[in-house]
Design a binder for this molecule. Structure first.
Ligand SMILES: Nc1ncnc2c1ncn2[C@@H]1O[C@H](COP(=O)(O)OP(=O)(O)O)[C@@H](O)[C@H]1O
Ligand SMILES: [Mg+2]
Length: 240
């Protein structure tokens, strides 16, 4: 579904992505791990079209999708800090992009919002503003808003790293339900235990290169790459 070929990106003299190659198939749940500063956010921001790579290609179903707005809505993104619209209610956070960007009728957008709020267990918070929601509720709302655009793939950048463990757990429950439905996802996270049982693949990014690309077993049980071994020793194995 997504093919990334020899992606490079520098900020001044800081070479952040040094030739990333990655293919994501439909239904894959790809976890991206790596030390802070290794380029994980830059990579997923390039995929979501929020950052422009210097060279290389990103293809969706064989086509470039980042130029001239063709990719709008096809790649969903969920951020660590939620990025909700603070002046809209939970329901409006879902309906406004539909009526404004997708030019959908208000009644149709409302129907989608109701369905998605139920899906992420926020049906009782429809009229609340983001400031009155817990961090876990905010992130589940961000996921619902992303789903409303029917993205082919959702990219999560550390979706639970600002949450307490119990709230992180409820967000991962939602993510796991999406996985069970076949939603294709890329998830940057440090919470190894949370992804260990359901990521179909794990990639280890180090200095802007994918050094390891394998199954959970290959990456977590029998790592051979020395940088990966060092990383796994340092990372927290939060119980989730
Ligand atoms: N917009 C930017 N401008 C300048 N430098 C950036 C920018 N975004 C990221 N960087 C730099 O790129 C490197 C990789 O950052 P990032 O992709 O955020 O890594 P990670 O998400 O793995 O922690 C860091 O050195 C960071 O300072
Ligand atoms: Mg990051």
């Amino acid at each position: 579904m997504i093919d990334i070929k020899d992606l490079k990106k520098s900020f001044g003299s800081n070479h952040v992505l040094n030739g990333v190659n990655l293919s994501v198939n439909r239904g894959d749940i790809v976890a991206i791990i790596g030390s802070s500063g290794s380029g994980k956010s830059t990579l997923v921001r390039c995929i979501a079209g929020l950052e422009k790579p210097d060279t290389g290609q990103i293809l969706l179903n064989g086509e470039e999708y980042l130029d001239d707005g063709k990719g709008v809505g096809k790649i969903g993104m969920v951020f660590q800090n939620f990025n909700l619209f603070p002046h809209y209610t939970a329901r409006e956070n879902i309906t406004k992009p539909l009526t404004i960007v997708k030019k959908m009728e208000a009644s149709a957008a409302d129907e989608i919002a109701e369905k998605l709020l139920r899906k992420v267990k926020l049906e009782n918070a429809a009229n609340q503003y983001p400031a009155t929601l817990s961090g876990g509720q905010k992130q589940r709302l961000a996921i619902a808003r992303s789903l409303a655009m029917e993205p082919e793939i959702i990219v999560f950048d550390e979706p639970t790293s600002s949450l307490d463990p119990s709230l992180a757990h409820e967000v991962f429950q939602t993510i796991k339900e999406l996985a069970a439905e076949g939603q294709t996802m890329l998830i940057v996270t440090h919470q190894i235990n949370a992804i260990k049982n359901f990521a179909t693949r794990v990639v280890f990014l180090n200095d802007g290169i994918i050094e390891v690309d394998g199954t959970c077993g290959e990456v977590f049980e029998n790592p051979t790459n020395e940088n990966l071994k060092d990383f796994l020793q340092m990372v927290e194995f939060d119980d989730l």
